[in-house]
Ligand binder design. Sequence first.
Ligand SMILES: Nc1ncnc2c1ncn2[C@@H]1O[C@H](COP(=O)(O)OP(=O)(O)OP(=O)(O)O)[C@@H](O)[C@H]1O
Ligand SMILES: [Mg+2]
Length: 487
Amino acid sequence: MTLTVERPATAAPAVPKTSPKDVLRLAKEQQVKIVDLRFVDLPGTWQHFSIPVEELSEGLFSDGIGFDGSSIRGFQHIHESDMLLMPDPTSVFIDPVLEVKTLDLICDVIDPLTRKPYSRDPRYVAKKAEEFLPSTGIADTSFWGPEIEFYIFNSLRFDQGQNFGYYYIDSEEGIWNSGQNGTPNLAHRPRNKEGYFPVPPADKLQDIRSKMVRALIDTGIAVEVHHHEVGTAGQTEIDMRFSTMVEMADRVLKYKYVTKNVAAQNGYVVTFMPKPLFGDNGSGMHTHQSLWKNGSNLFYDRDGYALLSTMARHYIGGLLKHAPAILAFAAPTTNSYRRLVPGYEAPINLVYSMRNRSACVRIPTYFDKPEARRLEFRAPDPSCNPYLSFSACLMAGLDGVINQIEPPTPMDMDLYELEGEAKKRIRQTPGSLEEVLDALDADRDFLMRGDVFTEDLIEAWLVLKRQSAKEVALRPHPYEFYLYSDV
Ligand SMILES: Nc1ncnc2c1ncn2[C@@H]1O[C@H](COP(=O)(O)OP(=O)(O)OP(=O)(O)O)[C@@H](O)[C@H]1O
Ligand SMILES: [Mg+2]
């Protein structure tokens, strides 16, 4: 749902080119005690270990530091487990949630034998994608604006064994608590799909969101807005200002880290699961994107449909053509397909259209300024690994530009209202994780241009994700007992 306090886009804030020397100076100025080294695993979770500040030296940024790559999901086998981390000085920030003064550094993964970047390091894939773009001559920069939605609950418990399985979510805001007796019930809870966006006391999370925003800003992230989202029981959106690909993917990891920890410190629990609640909106990660060259937005053309250039149209053509394969990275869980189902504003219709939220690709039309011209790909969700999701989107878009792929004619109507033949003519997103993994298996050449994605990484991804799909398929679903226990 849209909250537009958007001002006409100005150029994205420049990423500071911090040197190892600058990092050492910052550590001194800030009286840092601990240095935390972080890297991302294949599914997209930050992993870390710490060194005392006394161990921080300029040499660390050229020598690197060792870790066991065989204990990380999707990384190495035990017989080749020694790996290296290479801290990136430009990623430095002072940790906003830890008690002990800690300086955080995001690292790249290096193979100690070749001292080359590790092919399964997701951050390396995004770096390759970012370097591949200018090599095509098409553009020199891509900008990314992910709108991350998530839920802030009061409790989240779950378990499943041989003979039982359950999850139970609770929230002081959950409409299901309107009938609670016992302690005075102070009421004022958002009804289903009405969380957008009454003031407190219905919105019981204003201050926790503001605390999250301030902590994000402390890490150097430009935040545009925060608000309650449509879902009852704490659905939330905080929007960051768009930025370049690797930088923005780093920020998504920071965002998840800060929001989860600020919540925990205040007695809440955050989940980025795409569909934690039955009967209310799922959490998406609409991904706004645009291509630029020499400081101007190549997606803009004042004579084009929705002020879009031919390049933008072909980029959308590539995105829609390869959408099923992209979703293997951009909506990579079985739970993602409990969100991508008809209804609930789900972005399943593979067409584009201006200011139309029933289309999978929407062209925002708030401002007609060239710099604001972009597309919004609405299917991704926050369970994705942003390094891989952004890279897959870019490679699909570039395939569209290189092959001049025409997207289906834009449809400026409520696509959820369509019926019969008209509805059948609209290509839709696949309905399960297994299907998008099959799509990736069959449609991968566009990803491997410039060796951005490698066979090795795609195979490792397929193995990892097929395993999780199988784990879910092996377990009975609670609702099946409601449906079938009496057959
Ligand atoms: N030229 C651009 N290229 C890429 N991203 C951009 C560009 N201009 C703005 N953005 C980013 O797009 C995102 C827009 O988010 P915003 O919440 O305003 O979108 P919306 O889709 O209109 O809202 P909603 O989905 O909540 O209805 C922000 O992250 C913003 O920084
Ligand atoms: Mg949006």
